[in-house]
Design a protein around this ligand. Structure first.
Ligand code: C2E
Ligand code: CA
Ligand code: CA
Length: 624
């Protein structure tokens, strides 16, 4: 983009120009009638009226929201010619009147010319290509006219006219520069000098209109730096700012001639590609560009002696002219945003292309998020209990598993809604509800002779690290459970809990262990650095993930893994629970390997409270 254009401002000047010509124009017709030059005056006035009609049409056709760039450029050219023609007419009337002998007419003509010049300087200043030639064309004949008088006062007047010309040029020029500066500030980001969101959306809307017209296609790239917040927090905002400048400096040269880039805010950049004809080519180009941008971004930055490494996540949304009808700029940006988040979720440092599948996932995610909000008050959350057996097939424990039954969505599996509850923070409230219900069940069972050695509850990361968690558990424990029952409690945590802030987590675990609560390391073996965690953490039990158990009888690698886990557990002490036991063969193998507690569909699926009670009683009788 070179010179910005001020379409809206000049658009408003069309009627002003028309009123300033049609009304005073009548006076000239009258004067012409008085001095016997009515024919040229009438012709002149007719031309003014004709041009006004044209101006009115130009005025009506201006619709910036739906016009393509091409249409807008064309309209602007029309506007330029309209103004040239109008001021040319004022020059003509000047020439007609000074041609006459009557001096009265000369005075009027001179005044007209000066007036027209002032009008030109005040109305046309947004565009140099307008006000410069027009001012020159109006004022030069005036200076010549004065000089042609051939008297000393004529030369002085001619000098005055030249001075006035300079003043008008100067005034229009300063207004022009001020306007450009204001426009630049309003449309650019101060830090990086890139366009800002406001400008980008306007530009994009125009480009969408163009694509719709030409049925071409283009792409949108949304770039979000990974872990930029960490740079800001650890090295300070100055370094963060410098980094953003550096990123801009690296991205811009790669983009040359391929599109327009803006900073949306924070560490988010956006690019809209230039128009292309083939969708395949468009997709290919956007991918290549994105990959190149990523590669350049990842090179080391040296800022204030800090060596900084960053990566970015890029989301791409393709824009099809033939489909762009309903797509507004904002909805396309949202698509790129969804794809960008997908890249973040996929481990960052990657490029993702938006597709409908992603959109459906986001929709369902939002739907779950919305409905989950009311799940507690509508009493849709319940608990199931999966029996845990010892090697002699005696039920010795249970794992509590949450269920959500929604009238619209049906049964939503916890794998789907727990992560969402974690993201939204609802897990704290939900987790407390689960704790209360679970504690009630434990007490109720104990009072009715269903005595379990252990009673496991899953605790998620966000819940455990929430500042109120320890107090809540302490409070619920002392109110709902006797010290003896508290010793039956096992909290299942995953390694991700631990990855947070290990010292704080250890302190929290110790505090709860004082109450009698035990800790189980869930999904053991799926994460990384399990071993070092196992050494540091006060763990009372290890649960081998069901993924290993599943392939135990077929996969020798998993067999080795289970053996290793059991060996490690033996060294460190905690008993091992095998979950996901689905067959007799798996059970036998695990017994042989030294596993002590078993859980899985082979014995029972997770059961509602009353079913668990029946299962327990039947099991009790079998073992008597
Ligand atoms: P998890 O803690 O690993 O729970 C075990 C999952 O394995 C349960 O799925 C259970 O139904 C399933 N399972 C048990 N035996 C077998 C088997 O033999 N074969 C197979 N294929 N699966 C078996 P569920 O109930 O769908 O729970 C999924 C996950 O949701 C849990 O994994 C846990 O991470 C989370 N979750 C469940 N309830 C809660 C809860 O109350 N709080 C929190 N924070 N998370 C929960
Ligand atoms: Ca579990
Ligand atoms: Ca597990």
């Amino acid at each position: 983009m070179d010179q910005p254009r001020f379409h809206s401002f000049l658009h408003k000047q069309i009627p002003v120009m028309m009123v300033l010509s049609i009304l005073p124009g009548l006076g000239y017709v009258f004067l012409g009638y008085m001095h016997d030059i009515h024919v040229p005056a009438l012709i002149w006035y007719a031309l003014v009226c004709l041009l006004s009609v044209h101006g009115w049409r130009l005025y009506r056709h201006f619709k910036p929201q739906s016009m393509s760039q091409r249409a807008l450029d064309e309209w602007y050219r029309g506007l330029e010619w309209f103004f040239y023609a109008f001021f040319a007419l004022w020059l003509v009337i000047f020439l007609i009147y000074v041609w006459e002998d009557a001096y009265k007419l000369h005075y009027i003509a001179v005044f007209t010319e000066i007036g027209a010049s002032v009008v030109a300087a005040t109305l046309l200043y947004p565009d140099r290509r307008l006000f410069r030639p027009v001012l020159l064309a109006l004022m030069l004949p005036l200076a010549i006219y004065f000089a042609l008088i051939g008297q000393w006062y004529g030369y002085i007047l001619s000098a005055f006219a030249a001075t006035l010309t300079w003043v008008l040029f100067y005034a229009a020029g300063s207004s022009h520069r001020l306007l450009i500066r204001t426009h630049h500030q309003a449309s650019h980001d101060q830090l990086t000098g890139l366009y800002n969101r406001h400008f980008f959306i306007d530009h994009m809307q125009r480009q969408l209109n163009s694509l719709r017209e030409s049925r071409g296609c283009s792409f949108l790239l949304l770039i979000d730096l990974d872990h930029f917040k960490t740079v800001n927090d650890s090295l300070g905002h100055d370094v963060g700012d410098r980094l953003l400048e550096e990123v801009t400096a690296r991205l811009q040269p790669l983009l040359r001639g391929q599109g327009l880039m803006a900073r949306l805010g924070g560490d988010e950049f956006i690019i809209i590609g230039d128009e292309m004809q083939s969708p395949d080519r468009c997709q290919e180009r956007s991918r290549t560009l994105a990959e190149r941008l990523l590669a350049v971004l990842k090179e080391t930055y040296v800022i204030n002696d800090h060596h900084i490494y960053i990566s970015a996540s890029i989301g791409i949304s393709l824009i099809h002219g033939d489909r762009a009808n309903g797509d507004s700029a904002n909805s396309l940006i949202r698509e790129a945003d969804i794809a960008m988040y997908e890249a973040k979720a996929g481990g960052r440092d990657g490029v993702f292309l938006f597709n409908e599948e992603m959109s459906r996932r986001v929709e369902s995610h939002l739907e779950i998020e919305r409905l989950l909000h009311f799940a507690l008050e509508k009493d849709e959350i319940s608990l199931q209990f999966q029996p845990q057996l010892d090697a002699g097939r005696r039920v010795i424990g249970a794992e509590t598993l949450v269920r959500w039954n929604n009238d619209k969505l049906g049964m939503v599996p916890p794998d789907q809604f727990i992560p969402i509850a974690e993201q939204t923070g609802l897990i704290v409230e939900l987790g407390n509800h689960i704790l209360r219900q679970a504690f009630d069940t434990l007490r109720d069972w104990h009072e009715r002779g269903i005595v379990l050695e252990q009673f496991s509850i899953n605790i998620s990361m966000r819940q455990f690290t929430h500042h109120s968690f320890l107090d809540t558990v302490e409070d619920l424990c002392t109110r709902q459970l006797t010290p003896e029952l508290r010793r039956r409690l096992v909290f299942e945590v995953t390694e991700s809990v631990v990855a947070e802030d290990i010292q704080r987590v250890i302190a929290g675990m110790r505090r709860l262990q004082q109450l009698g609560i035990r800790f189980s390391m869930d999904d053991f073996g799926t994460g990384y650095s399990s071993l070092s965690y196992l050494k540091q953490l006060p763990i009372d039990e290890v649960k081998i993930d069901r993924a290993f158990v599943r392939r135990l009888d077929t996969d020798s690698g998993d067999q080795a893994m289970v053996t290793t886990i059991l060996n490690i557990a033996e060294i460190f002490g905690p008993p091992v629970v095998a979950e996901g036991v689905e067959s007799e063969a798996q059970f036998n193998m695990l017994v042989e390997l030294g596993c002590r507690i078993f859980q899985g569909y082979h014995f029972s699926r997770p059961l509602p409270k009353s079913d668990f009670e029946a299962f327990f009683q039947a099991n009790l009788q079998q073992n008597q």
